[in-house]
Design a protein around this ligand. Structure first.
Ligand SMILES: NC(=O)c1ccc[n+]([C@@H]2O[C@H](COP(=O)([O-])OP(=O)(O)OC[C@H]3O[C@@H](n4cnc5c(N)ncnc54)[C@H](OP(=O)(O)O)[C@@H]3O)[C@@H](O)[C@H]2O)c1
Length: 237
């Protein structure tokens, strides 16, 4: 549907469920890829088929750590000389006790994993996009960002922060040719969710390919007039 020849897409969380599907779909449409995740070993194993390709760069980084993120961004920019698309997919979910019983470290973990990672990656990559006068950023929030739920306060707050960060970034860069949007997945159809919720109706969950299609749309020229959006992608749920 879309042609990303000559485009470089940097995908975080590339060893995860949605990250893998998104990387495959960008690759199938001609994009060069910088694939980022915490574990270099998992990246090497998942993307062994692309070993030796100069069009695919595998980078391990802790995206909650500013130094690690800057080093990753510098390596990607040096290798490709431009970064056209940032798909910020790394993130995660925990739930726990009511907020008044939540350990501070659990709060910090969620806020850092979902909000700080978006802040740090955008902070590190936007200068490259400014230098090339354009880019696309797609952040991944969640449906749970829209209404706070019991025992999920840190997760809901961390994903709500992704929406407001996206809006602030979009306002800052709408005249700079950089479009910044986020998607709000409902429950994604992943092996982990199937194992955790064996009695659920999987047909109502959103497949990773359906989410990746929306990410590719937002990265494409067809979405040139869209910035600052928080797009629900709930499937049939
Ligand atoms: N799954 C759902 O139902 C659902 C629903 C709504 C929104 N979302 C959001 O959608 C996105 C993708 O979900 P998914 O199910 O594909 O998640 P996933 O399979 O857990 O993938 C996330 C990836 O991010 C990596 N990661 C974690 N911490 C990192 C760090 N500090 N630095 C670099 N990489 C790190 C993970 O590595 P490790 O495995 O080594 O930790 C994992 O490979 C996430 O942002 C998630 O919050 C998911």
């Amino acid at each position: 549907m879309f042609d990303f020849s000559d485009k470089v897409a940097l995908v975080t969380g590339a060893a995860g469920n949605l990250g893998q599907t998104t990387a495959e779909m960008f690759h199938a449409r001609g994009a060069k890829l910088a694939l980022v995740d915490l574990s270099g070993d998992r990246l090497n194993s998942i993307y062994a088929k692309w070993t030796g390709s100069k069009d695919v760069l595998l980078l391990s980084a802790d995206l909650t750590d500013a130094t690690s993120v800057q080093a990753m961004a510098d390596q990607a920019a040096a290798h490709f000389s431009h970064i056209d698309i940032l798909a910020n997919i790394a993130g995660g979910f925990t739930m726990g006790p009511p907020l008044h019983e939540t350990p501070v470290k659990d709060w910090d973990f969620m806020i850092n994993l979902n909000a700080r990672t978006v802040f740090l990656t955008c902070r590190a990559i936007i200068p490259t996009m400014l230098a090339q006068a354009g880019g696309r950023i797609i952040n991944v929030s969640a449906r749970a960002a829209t209404v706070g739920k019991g025992k999920m306060g840190p997760y809901c707050a961390s994903k709500a922060a992704v929406i407001t960060l996206t809006e602030s970034l979009a306002a800052e860069h709408k005249l700079n040719g950089i479009n910044i949007n986020c998607i709000l997945p409902g429950t994604i159809d992943t092996p982990q969710n199937r194992a955790d919720m064996p009695d659920a109706d999987y047909d109502t969950w959103v497949p990773t390919a359906d989410l990746a299609d929306v990410i590719l749309f937002l990265a494409s020229d067809a979405a040139r007039a869209v910035t600052g959006a928080a797009l629900p992608v709930y499937g049939k749920s």
